[in-house]
Design a protein around this ligand. Structure first.
Ligand code: NAP
Ligand code: BGC
Ligand code: ZN
Length: 358
């Protein structure tokens, strides 16, 4: 079968031939339909994030997948069921986080992430997965099922952010997304359509005309240009935000978020930056945290429960937004376009097989 991989020493995706995998006991064989591409895939390609499976000279890419069960292999799944796989798998021997169903809380070194670190991904004609790591989705969502994983990332981050504000009567009205990439825009759509904030903002660093700014404004949010309004000046320009969701991976934003928050606000940090040393006024930030009851939470990955919520959320997002977000779905013969990183590309996916309803 064909798979899309990055070879050691290279930074571009390549099509490789691999044997079709055989499911072990408890695993199903899945025929892959589509696999989304996000900023993490670009970080994996550049070598900034992730790592190869032990003893392998390549990594099959892809962690945002949707497929159809080809062989349930004695599991509770049904042939033809449309499924989305979770990303983390237990390293040899397993551990308590996986046993508890909370692999997303496992510390580094205690998990593999398919297509990212230590395990091949889903960008292949077939993949196998333990049945408990496959989440069933309605067939109507098959075409957009590759968005379930990124939506699940925000389901988790919001759960943790709201939990950090659960000890008092928190009534958030305003929310700001930092970053107009695919994760940022999906999250902004959730703020508008499923989270119900009164005032929403999205920060980028682009000039008009730009398709992401059009999406932001079509959603009813305000575009904020970080070149004119740095994150630590947002509160002066627009009032402090009850919630800030960082999806830029720009390390200064983690600290500037503290200043962008309203009293009692919470910031969720999602970005995965490389090392960068810079000066901050630690005393001022410490004081700001304490005297205004602010919170910051970091959040990575997501578990089955977040995927299940994400399926409902995705179904509630408006079609015009999703049409604008997904700028291209490409076959293997047009692979390079799926990995384009220009300003007209927002969310892409690679199609391995078309969905045929039974
Ligand atoms: P992406 O497509 O690269 O989006 C990042 C966006 O942030 C880009 O649109 C970029 O703008 C914008 N940006 C970067 N620096 C900025 C600045 N200084 N001011 C304003 N805008 C800025 O990536 P993504 O897929 O949306 O993911 C976003 C981040 O979340 C990445 O760091 C990714 O690794 C991380 N992530 C984390 C998780 C998790 O589980 N924690 C899950 C998924 C993704 P331009 O395009 O104009 O440069
Ligand atoms: C993936 C997560 C993963 C994270 C860190 C994200 O792009 O969606 O599942 O945990 O990268 O590797
Ligand atoms: Zn991702």
């Amino acid at each position: 079968m064909k798979a899309v991989a990055v070879r050691k020493g290279e930074t571009n995706p390549t099509i490789v031939e691999k044997p079709r995998p055989d499911p072990d006991a408890g695993e199903a064989l899945v025929r892959t339909l589509r696999v989304g591409v996000d900023g993490t895939d670009h970080e994996v390609l550049s070598g900034a994030h992730g790592g190869f499976p032990d003893g392998e000279d390549h990594l099959v890419l892809g962690h945002e997948a949707v497929g159809v069960v080809a062989d349930p292999n004695g599991t509770d799944l049904t042939e033809g069921e449309v499924v989305v796989p979770t990303v983390r798998r237990a390293p040899d021997g397993g551990n308590e986080y996986f046993e508890r169903g909370e692999p997303d809380m496992a510390p580094e070194g205690e998990y593999h992430e398919r297509g990212i670190v230590g395990a091949h991904g889903f960008m292949a004609e077939y993949f196998t997965s333990p049945a408990e790591s496959l989440v069933s989705i309605p067939p109507e969502l098959a075409d957009l099922g590759f968005l379930v994983e990124p939506v699940s990332i925000t389901e988790k981050a919001l759960e943790h952010a709201y939990a950090a504000r659960s000890a008092f009567d928190w009534q958030p009205e305003s929310a700001m997304v930092l970053g107009n990439g695919s994760l940022g825009l999906l999250t902004l759509a959730m703020f508008e359509h499923t989270e119900g904030f009164d005032r929403t903002y999205c920060l980028g660093r682009r000039d008009r005309p730009d398709p992401t700014i059009d999406i932001i404004e079509d959603l009813g949010a305000t575009y904020v240009d970080s070149r004119r309004t740095p994150v630590d000046e947002v509160a002066d320009a627009h009032e402090g935000m009850d919630l800030v969701y960082e999806a830029t991976g720009y390390a200064k934003h983690a600290y500037q978020t503290i200043d962008a928050l309203a009293p009692n606000g919470v910031g969720a940090l999602l970005g995965v930056p490389e090392s960068w040393e810079f000066e901050i006024d630690g005393g001022k930030l410490h004081n700001e945290f304490v005297l205004h009851n602010k919170a910051l939470v970091g959040s990575v990955n997501s578990h089955v429960g977040h995927f299940e919520s994400a399926v409902e959320t995705l179904a509630a997002l408006p079609d015009p937004f999703l049409d604008d977000l997904v700028t291209g779905v490409y076959g293997l013969d047009d692979l390079d376009r799926a990995f384009d990183d220009d300003d007209t590309t927002i969310k892409t996916a690679v199609e391995l097989a078309a969905y045929e309803k039974r």
